[in-house]
Ligand binder design. Structure first.
Ligand code: VJV
Ligand code: CA
Ligand code: ZN
Length: 393
């Protein structure tokens, strides 16, 4: 038994729109909006709602979406009729506009509302941070990092992160964007490629032509011209299959620690894509819930405001464990529940008795072979530290 009370000295806010859940990308599409409800249930089941300000968020307006996305694209997103079957399977010759209507980004019923809800949550989170009414704002319905200003990409239609960062830039001089989704945060990187007010840093599986989206190599560090303010302000950490908590934690702390020292961000935007967990349907890494959550915990030690976004995550029960655990990190009770939430499985006792789970470590799914050598990881750290020599905020 434990009592959950508000963390001392700072405020955490949780931004959620229950109407996102009923939306469907299609029965077998990997993106399942109900993982947001699953997360929220776990958060309330542990009483964490008592330690935070909880907001049911509004829908973003057309004008707000228009601060990044073009009118052409938004109008089409608004008007395009839902289709029964993804075009590229059903009818490969039919025209695809703005990359809408393929099997990755299907046109489903209520799509525009769904996108406006996701963006609305992230914008509300950013506003609470700007107003100083919140120190850590959580928007698990956001984090859709692939969307471009006139194009849908990789399950993302509206880039809520870009919209939220644009809002933060009105009140803060420098924003650090960190992306621990297993995919490269290409949309956010591209949007802020030419400015030194936003530094982007993505950790991802990198294998061009094999793994989506194929960008984000170690040498992609922003515009190559030294006269462009964005030079050296894009950091990429390309990884191989099977990286472990220990390796990831070491990389994350040495890279993000150094960025914090050199760039001195005034606020952090952390994309917490949960497809970097072991056992993810699309992912390739071996992170446990604790290792994933350690990233948020480390960012918190800088004592600056932070937004935590969702993102990928395709094994819903694991997504809920990770985001509920990260919520507990935000409100500072992660030590109390360190084992409970990461291992939360309704029928776990039964499985353990049946010896279906030889060890709790494997609760997320079978680990993948680790293809990250210590030598390579050291080279990555070295390269990033060299980039940061050019950065002085
Ligand atoms: O790899 C791709 C693109 C293809 C074309 C489309 N086919 C279906 C797959 C290959 C080249 N797309 C990726 C997109 C990943 C998006 C990740 C998003 C995020 O986590 O970073 C942020 C929210 C991809 N990988 C796997 C699939 N698509 C995939 C899509 C499906 C599917 C199974 C796998 C779509 C529909 C259905 N099954 C029924
Ligand atoms: Ca990433
Ligand atoms: Zn992803």
């Amino acid at each position: 038994e434990y009592n959950i009370t508000r963390p001392k000295g700072y405020t955490v806010s949780y931004h959620f729109n229950p109407d996102m859940e009923p939306h469907h990308f299609g029965l077998t599409h990997p993106m399942k909006p109900f993982r947001l409800t699953l997360t929220k249930s776990l958060v309330t089941a542990y009483g964490m709602n008592f330690a935070m300000d909880n907001y049911n968020t509004r829908i973003a307006t057309y004008q707000e979406l228009n601060s990044f996305h073009t009118s052409d694209y938004l109008d089409y997103l608004h008007m395009a009729p839902p289709e029964e079957m993804p075009r590229d399977i059903d009818n490969p010759d039919k025209e695809v506009k703005f990359n809408l209507g393929g099997s990755d980004c299907p046109l489903f019923h209520g799509l525009y509302d769904y996108c406006s809800m996701s963006a609305g949550s992230s914008l509300d989170a950013a506003r609470k941070i700007c107003n100083k009414q919140s120190d850590i704002a959580i928007a698990w319905g956001g984090g859709l990092h692939h969307a471009k200003k006139s194009e849908a990409s990789g399950f993302c239609y509206i880039n809520d992160i870009v919209l939220a960062i644009l809002q933060l830039l009105r009140c803060y001089p420098r924003v650090l964007y960190i992306d621990i989704d297993v995919h490269h945060g290409d949309g956010v990187e591209e949007a802020f490629y030419s400015t030194d007010r936003v530094m982007t840093c993505s950790f991802h599986k990198f294998a061009p032509d094999v793994f989506f989206p194929g960008t984000g190599g170690l040498d992609d560090n922003g515009p190559k011209s030294e006269h462009n303010p964005g030079a050296h302000h894009a950091i990429n950490v390309p990884l191989n299959d099977g990286i472990t908590d220990e390796q990831y934690g070491h990389l994350f702390q040495s890279i993000i620690g150094k960025i914090n020292e050199k760039f001195r961000p005034s606020v952090i935007a952390l994309q917490c894509g949960a497809d970097s967990l072991a056992g993810d349907r699309l992912g390739r890494f071996n992170l446990q819930v604790q290792g994933h959550g350690a990233c948020a915990k480390f960012c918190k030690t800088f004592g600056i405001p932070m937004i935590m976004f969702g993102g990928g995550g395709y094994t819903p029960r694991n997504v809920a464990r990770a985001w509920a655990y990260e919520t507990s990190v935000a409100i500072d009770i992660d030590e109390k529940i360190n084992k409970i939430i990461p291992d939360h499985t309704p029928w776990r006792k039964h499985f353990v008795q049946e010896e279906l789970f030889p060890s709790l470590e494997q609760i997320l799914g079978d680990p993948r072979v680790n293809r990250n050598s210590q030598k390579r990881l050291q080279e990555i750290i070295q390269h990033v530290h060299e980039q940061l020599r050019f950065v002085n905020a």
